[in-house]
Write a protein that binds this ligand. Structure first.
Ligand code: SAM
Length: 258
């Protein structure tokens, strides 16, 4: 199955078989802005939480045992998503902090935003995780012999084990002009590639309930996974389809800026 469907993800997810997805990457509306057509914050949350419960319930049904679900959010409201995931009986693995140095500030009366929380839950303990490694912070100290617990410690050729703070720049500025498309909340391919490659296996089905410009679908496709995506807006289904077609015709084209 490789498709992007137009529709409401609650209805569209309901058409997928039980336990069919090994990885779900969800980047839902964050309960800010006019998503529900109601201006007051409390009223908006009042609608957003039960709505979130509906799509998460479908996602949990579709997730296979041993599968993982990742949900992006915003610091104000991600706590509600975390509670819902616990209530659905999924297993908490980690709240990852996606940290970006190129953050922004809208007001001098508060702190500039430099991260988005990304929740990782699994269905059971038998989940897929291929260790992520990053370059060592200091290469200077690696020049000398290091003794740990009386034994000589040899650095790993691929670097130290990655932690739960992930550093990837947002797609702001000229540097990412080639990767950026016409979607207001497009995620970087480098970040989504990390999720796909380290938390699923080739051939797995990656389900993306809010596919937007198709970033997570492109990551799935170019890393040998199957994909299913859904968006409520026809222009985004078109955009995602175009990106998938470009990537499939010319692998690597979309992130030539990196
Ligand atoms: C945060 S964006 C996803 C962006 C995506 N990660 C990317 O890199 O392009 C959320 C998307 O969800 C879509 N959406 C909102 N409500 C939806 C619903 N009920 N069902 C399916 N898609 C929905 C929006 O049109 C929007 O494109």
């Amino acid at each position: 199955m490789n498709e992007v469907v137009l529709g409401d993800c609650i209805e569209e997810l309901a058409k997928l078989p039980d336990a069919s997805a090994q990885l779900i990457i969800a980047d839902p509306p964050y309960n800010i802005g006019p998503a529900f057509g109601i201006d007051k914050e409390w009223n908006r949350s009042h609608e957003w939480i039960p709505w979130s419960k509906k799509w998460l319930t479908e996602a949990e049904r579709v997730l296979a045992p041993g599968g993982s679900i990742f949900v992006y959010g915003i610091h104000h409201y991600q706590c509600f998503i975390q509670v819902l995931l616990y209530e659905l009986g999924l297993d908490y693995r980690r709240q990852i902090i996606w940290n970006y140095e190129n953050g922004w500030s809208r007001s001098t009366k508060t702190l500039a935003t430099h991260y988005e929380p990304l929740l990782w839950f699994s269905k059971g303990e038998d989940y897929t995780y291929h260790t992520i490694r990053e370059p060592y912070k200091s290469t200077e100290r690696l020049k000398n012999k290091i003794i740990k617990n009386g034994k000589v410690w040899t650095p790993h050729p691929d670097g130290r084990m990655a932690g739960d703070v992930w550093q990837f720049p947002t797609l702001a500025g000229r540097r990412f002009a080639d990767e950026r498309v016409d979607h207001p909340t497009q995620k970087p391919l480098a970040l989504t590639d990390r999720i796909v490659n380290h938390f699923s296996n080739p051939g797995d089905l990656v389900v993306v309930p809010f596919s937007g410009s198709g970033t997570e679908l492109v990551s799935a496709s170019r890393n040998g996974r199957r994909y299913w995506g859904c968006d409520i807006k026809p222009e985004y289904v078109r955009l995602a389809t175009e990106r998938l077609n470009s990537e499939e015709a010319d692998p690597g084209l979309l992130d030539q800026a990196n």
